[in-house]
Write a protein that binds this ligand. Structure first.
Ligand code: GGG
Length: 325
């Protein structure tokens, strides 16, 4: 059976790192790639950032590879994550030999709740100069992400599980989040620690080696994973998977990077590593391992893009990875 992979480059450097990743995937697997549009440029042309056709194709594909969202992120990436019914956003952040990292001992995985919190999109202007945002935390979604996080830690050999929250301030919502995590941990006889997310940000910066899997509400996961990118050499290195029961979408943690878009110098590693997660999801475990080791080898020996101190282009790095494969 030939799997269908939907490819949505999106905005900015998504247009550069996604074709690079398709090139790498083509070197190891025989997928049928279907390309679709979404993003700021589509909104400018058609008035709609996420065409219904793109959404439909995501629901039908075996997996989706997404690049980057710009100003229309809320209209593009959130509905696409919903289209594949993803409830968990997995964001590994690890340091690589040869890459100049602030904290070379970092090996973290953020397991981010992907359906609710403040990213539910319930915002309004209730009066002139007065705006509100509703934070939705449900017991079901909290239990589901906790269960996924504990299972991920057990399956991938992480002893330390930390749950990020701010229940001393958001007593009702994060109170419920913590209760749900505690119930799941009890059922699974799993150990974990609770950490206030603001203090956790500092501790991750100072002693990342004390942490493994970090289970987070939605916004906290988005922010803490970007912080972790800073520990390992930048956003060019962090892949992610948006996982549902039957479908999944893979994307780099970084956004559209308008400052470097169009220059051909974006680091493709984060998207190519997301491609490795896609391969694993479709049970191409050996191919996923090969892609990871090719990326690691190029990160160690070069060529490197300017974000990692080199002067190579996206194409140079991609060609070196394909060459290693
Ligand atoms: N590829 C990730 C991306 O486009 N990020 C832009 C962004 O604003 N993301 C918000 C989120 O990850 O929830």
């Amino acid at each position: 059976m030939t799997e269908t992979v939907l490819v949505v480059p999106g905005d900015g450097i998504g247009q550069e790192v996604v074709p690079a990743t398709v090139e790498v995937l083509e070197a190891v697997a025989d997928f049928e790639f279907v390309e679709a549009e979404a993003g700021d440029h589509v909104k400018e042309e058609t008035g709609e950032a996420l065409p219904e056709e793109t959404r439909r194709l995501a629901t039908e594909a075996d997996a989706t590879l997404f690049g980057a969202a710009g100003e229309t992120a809320a209209d593009v990436i959130l509905p696409l994550r919903q289209a594949v019914e993803s409830f968990a956003n997995i964001r590994p952040a690890r340091a690589y030999p040869g890459v100049d990292a602030l904290r070379p001992e970092t090996d973290l995985v953020f397991v981010r709740e992907n359906t609710e919190g403040v990213y539910k999109g319930i915002e309004s202007e209730i009066d002139e100069g007065v705006t509100t945002l509703t934070r939705v935390i449900t017991e079901d979604a909290s239990r589901r992400i906790a269960d996924y996080g504990f299972e991920y830690a057990a399956e991938n050999g992480y002893d330390d599980v930390t749950v990020a929250h701010k229940a001393n301030v958001m007593r009702v919502t994060d109170g419920q989040f913590l209760d749900a995590v505690e119930a799941v941990a009890e059922e699974r006889s799993a150990d974990y620690e609770e950490a206030l997310m603001d203090a956790l940000a500092m501790h991750l910066l100072l002693t990342p080696e004390d942490y493994g899997v970090v289970i987070c509400p939605n916004l906290a996961g988005d922010m803490l994973s970007d912080l972790a990118a800073g520990l390992v050499g930048g956003l060019g290195l962090l892949p992610s998977a948006n996982v549902g029961e039957d479908n999944a979408l893979f994307e780099p943690v970084h956004g559209s990077a308008p400052d470097i878009a169009g220059q051909g110098v974006a680091n493709p590693a984060a998207t190519i590593l997301s491609g490795a997660m896609l391969l694993e999801h479709l049970d191409y475990d050996e191919e996923a391992a090969d892609v990871r080791s090719a990326v690691e080898s190029v990160l160690a020996d070069g060529p490197r893009t300017p974000d990692l101190g080199g002067s190579a282009s996206t194409e140079d790095v991609t060609a070196a990875i394909v060459d290693r494969l």
